[in-house]
Design a protein around this ligand. Structure first.
Ligand SMILES: *[C@@H]1O[C@H](CO)[C@@H](O)[C@H](O)[C@H]1NC(C)=O
Ligand SMILES: *[C@@H]1O[C@H](CO)[C@@H](O)[C@H](O)[C@H]1NC(C)=O
Ligand SMILES: *[C@@H]1O[C@H](CO)[C@@H](O)[C@H](O)[C@H]1NC(C)=O
Ligand SMILES: *[C@@H]1O[C@H](CO)[C@@H](O)[C@H](O)[C@H]1NC(C)=O
Length: 592
């Protein structure tokens, strides 16, 4: 029975799309204008615009070619098994066909033509094509368009599709992660709204793939309460492809201001200690994203005692082409905050839920699918909401957050013993494309509800254990809930007990008292004097053992961290022996 639990989870994480597909398989829309757009290439030669309704989506692609335009949805950004649509304008007549690529990347015409051509035109330089399709097409060769991340691929050719099919596109192609079904958060804020910029100043971007640059800022100093109502990226001209994503964290308010002006490579051993007090994500933008506008009844409060004073901006630079050339690349990108004294009805809050960031959150190497769970328990939400907001809080956006090994994440929602629809899910998680997903409609969380953040990881290309931690090679399994009205609850997380994890690899005794971190093992001899992390690495992991370990961990008792803003934590650390209610054990929860 136990192993079927894990299989059920795997299935559950991927089964959601299938379930949705049965809901509606028809319907078509014709609206006006396109609310969303994104350039898929660096130079803006290929721009896709779109709009959608409950059942269908309409695209308009404008590309710099007089030949064909290719557009596809892929499982992972590669050509294999992608859903493709290719069209153009030949001799003044627009054409469009539905194709698919098989697992060997051979392109076939799809027997079921799900994409419908609306119009097409071309001039001496450009082609414009508009077409629509159902979100769920009922054709297994098409990929469902869901609210999660979609891996979009594109191609251009200077010739139209000939009788023998589309010619190979060569290097005129690319990929990008996008979310098509974000409800249109209007970009507009009234023009007199004050702005405040958090900008890096001439950051030297090294010629390496990945640089994370951290800089601390003080929020705008205002004499009375204001609301931040929109945050958007400010990317230096020409650096659209260099600045990959930006996260904004709220820091501890008791900071030494002398550290304010220091920018530093993040997670570097010399990084100032104060940077590590900035843990809660309050904004996230990623390449392809559009910025975030709060719903009209909500704003992020600044200027009162309980509001964030300091924030840390983490900018991820991606310089794979190593554009150094002659001069060192320097960047001054950042974020723009819009804030207003015209207060909205509610203050927004952020709750961090998921797996408590710790070395006790560990992933064995070589796994295609490894699952971890972080619980925001019934007791925690009960205790916090009962006293402050017995009528519950409304979640209006969710950021799902993991690092490089993350493949899929969802935030499950339970009321009593009943599972409600997930608050958010993404079964094609892409580390480089993280943003808050607005929820439509907003979701109510009541005292006594509980949440499980479930993450699936791929550690196939790793030789050693992966540890919970802040750096991108370490892992996280978090979902940040943006909600209102604000209550004093910062974190609602859990962590599996370490004892059971150590027992799995045969640890008998640890050295006590604990004087080092990570602590050291005493027996058996093969691990003696090794830290527990070294011992875990020394264990000979196989796929079978790692799978068994996954089962064990999912059924271990957990420690729960239910904490207020600032440092005072409450109801932390429940040990197995003290655990009363069944809810502390994952094995007691409803499984599918
Ligand atoms: C050709 O079409 C593109 C896309 O609609 C447009 O941007 C461009 O200005 C047009 N060129 C001319 C010469 O009209
Ligand atoms: C802040 O940091 C500076 C430099 O590290 C130090 O000289 C100063 O005493 C600190 N101030 C406080 C209030 O801790
Ligand atoms: C472990 O360390 C202790 C103290 O440093 C030492 O006495 C002991 O021999 C070591 N054991 C092994 C197996 O290396
Ligand atoms: C794996 O971990 C061990 C012990 O922590 C370390 O000595 C070794 O260098 C690591 N190997 C890799 C490939 O990181």
């Amino acid at each position: 029975m136990r192993s079927s639990g894990l299989d059920a989870r795997l299935h559950g994480l991927f089964g959601a799309a299938v379930l949705l597909a049965t809901l509606l398989c028809s319907g078509r829309s014709r609206g006006h204008g396109f609310e969303h757009s994104a350039a898929l290439d660096a130079g803006g030669r290929y721009v896709v615009k779109w709009r959608f309704d409950e059942t269908s989506i309409t695209f308009e692609i404008e590309a710099e070619t007089r030949g064909y335009i290719g557009f596809g949805l892929s499982p992972n950004g590669a050509m294999a098994s992608a859903d493709l649509v290719i069209g153009g304008v030949a001799n003044g007549i627009p054409y469009l066909h539905d194709y698919f690529a098989d697992s060997s990347r051979v392109v076939h015409k799809d027997p079921v033509q799900s994409y419908k051509l609306l119009y097409g035109k071309e001039n001496y330089t450009h082609t414009v094509l508009a077409f629509s399709r159902d979100l769920q097409t009922c054709d297994p060769k098409d990929r469902a368009i869901t609210s999660g991340t979609m891996r979009v691929i594109w191609a251009l050719h200077n010739e139209d599709v000939g009788p023998s099919g589309p010619a190979y596109h060569g290097i005129n192609r690319g990929r990008k992660s996008l979310r098509f079904l974000n409800p249109g958060t209007s970009r507009k804020v009234s023009p007199e709204t004050a702005t405040f910029d958090l900008l890096n100043v001439n950051v030297p971007v090294p010629d390496k793939d990945t640089t994370y640059w951290c800089q601390m800022f003080k929020m705008p100093e205002v004499q009375k309460k204001h609301h931040i109502i929109r945050i958007e990226p400010l990317i230096q001209k020409g650096h659209e492809n260099l600045v990959h994503h930006i996260l904004l964290y709220q820091c501890d308010s008791s900071l030494n201001e002398s550290e304010l002006d220091m920018g530093h490579e993040c997670f570097h051993p010399n990084m100032p200690d104060s940077f590590t007090t900035c843990e809660t994500v309050i904004f996230a933008w990623a390449i392809g994203g559009e910025g975030f506008t709060y719903p009209i009844h909500v704003g992020m409060s600044i200027g009162t005692d309980v509001d964030p004073v300091y924030v840390l901006m983490e900018v991820h630079y991606d310089n794979p082409a190593l554009q150094t050339g002659t001069a060192l690349l320097v960047d001054s990108s950042g974020l723009r905050l819009y804030y207003t004294p015209r207060l909205r009805t509610y203050d927004a809050g952020v709750i961090e839920t998921g797996v408590w960031v710790s070395l006790y959150h560990m992933l064995p190497p070589g796994m295609q699918d490894y699952i971890t769970e972080g619980h925001c328990t019934q007791e925690c939400l009960q205790e916090s909401l009962d006293s402050e907001m017995p009528s519950g809080v409304w979640v209006f956006a969710v950021l799902l957050h993991a690092h490089l090994a993350g493949r899929a994440i969802r935030t499950r929602h339970f009321r009593e013993q009943v599972e409600l629809p997930p608050l958010a899910s993404d079964d094609q998680f892409d580390f480089n494309f993280q943003e808050f997903q607005p929820l439509s409609p907003e979701q109510l969380i009541l005292p006594g509800d509980s949440l499980i953040t479930e993450c699936m990881y791929n550690t196939k290309d790793r030789q050693n254990m992966t540890w919970g931690g802040l750096s991108t090679r370490d892992e996280m399994c978090l979902s940040y809930l943006l909600y209102y009205p604000r209550v004093n609850l910062a974190r609602c997380e859990s962590l599996p007990e370490i004892t059971g994890q150590l027992k799995f690899i045969g640890v008998k005794q640890i050295q006590s008292p604990l004087t080092t971190w990570p602590f050291v093992i005493k027996s058996p001899k093969r691990y003696s004097n090794l830290s527990f992390t070294e011992a875990m690495d020394k264990f000979r992991w196989t796929k079978k053992r790692a799978k068994a370990f996954n089962e064990v961990v999912l059924n271990l008792p957990m420690n729960v961290r239910c904490s207020k803003i600032g440092l005072d934590e409450w109801s932390v650390s429940r040990r197995a022996g003290q655990v009363g209610p069944c809810i502390w054990f994952t094995s007691c929860l409803i499984r599918y």
